[in-house]
Design a protein around this ligand. Structure first.
Ligand code: 8X3
Length: 258
């Protein structure tokens, strides 16, 4: 099956959370696939360095510092484009792993803000531009946490279920328009920051997440799946991909060689 090359009107791909991990890897891979990538994240220095790296590799990239939860800033960002082809809603993450009985409501609220409202903000602001391209794609990077729960995960699981519902509902609502809605739901992915952020910088707790797991997914594995889904021919909508490392059979069944 041939990879679909983006048309001129659909060549811009916006990636949120592009400063590290899955977002950065996705930006690199979409750029290599022929997209002009727009890297967004709060950390300007990181996305500027990545844009330079991508440009030096002979591809096209620009950086735009953006907090996805700041609606006014997102609306301002959207005015820069007439049309865009791809929006990858990747910004998000987990805070804490406490049981429901003791979880911090502030963490829950923040996870909802970044994982759901952030995705809502970008999607609402850029949907007219995606439609205007005549061939748009919205990607929602959810999680296996958007499809099942686990002890200590409720705050994150609730937020990722929200992201999943946003994707599924949007697909129903815009059917007939030239925009696909793709959800990518990764399981255990070892990135530099996901677990560290979840455990407030506690390296020991972060390392424990992957302890004894032969080969957790990498950011590149997920980026590869995103890029594959995005580059299918326009009439092919990959609704949902759930991907996990071979050592992870479910959210709670992980093989560890200890
Ligand atoms: C990451 C997967 O298992 O940490 O989105 O919730 S998990």
């Amino acid at each position: 099956m041939a990879t679909a090359a983006p048309s001129a009107a659909s060549r811009i791909a916006v990636v949120t959370g592009a400063s590290s991990g899955i977002g950065a890897a996705t930006a690199r891979q979409l750029a290599a696939a022929g997209y002009r990538v727009v890297l967004t994240a709060r950390r300007k220095d990181r996305i500027e360095a990545l844009a330079e790296e991508i440009t030096k590799a002979g591809h096209q990239a620009t950086a735009y510092a953006l907090d996805v939860t700041d609606r006014a800033a997102v609306d301002e960002f959207a005015t820069a484009f007439k049309t865009i082809g791809v929006l990858v809603n990747n910004a998000g993450g987990a805070l804490g792993a406490d049981p429901v009985a003791t979880g911090d409501p502030a963490d829950w609220r923040q996870m909802y803000e970044t994982n759901v409202i952030g995705t809502l903000n970008l999607t609402q602001a850029l949907l007219p531009k995606l439609i205007a391209s005549g061939d748009g794609t919205v990607v929602v990077v959810s999680s296996t946490a958007g499809h099942g729960t686990y002890e200590g995960g409720a705050g994150y699981v609730a937020a990722k279920h929200g992201a999943h519902v946003l994707a599924e509902t949007l697909r129903l609502e815009i059917v007939g328009r030239p925009v696909r809605v793709i959800e990518i739901a990764p399981g255990m992915v070892k990135t530099d920051e996901f677990a560290l952020t979840r455990f407030s910088g506690d390296k020991e707790k972060a390392e424990k997440v992957y302890e004894g797991v032969a080969e957790p997914l990498t950011a590149d594995d997920v980026a590869d799946t995103i890029t594959w889904a995005v580059t299918r021919p326009s009439h092919v909508n990959v609704d949902l991909v759930v991907l996990r490392p071979r050592a992870q059979a479910s959210n709670t069944k992980v093989h560890r060689e200890l």
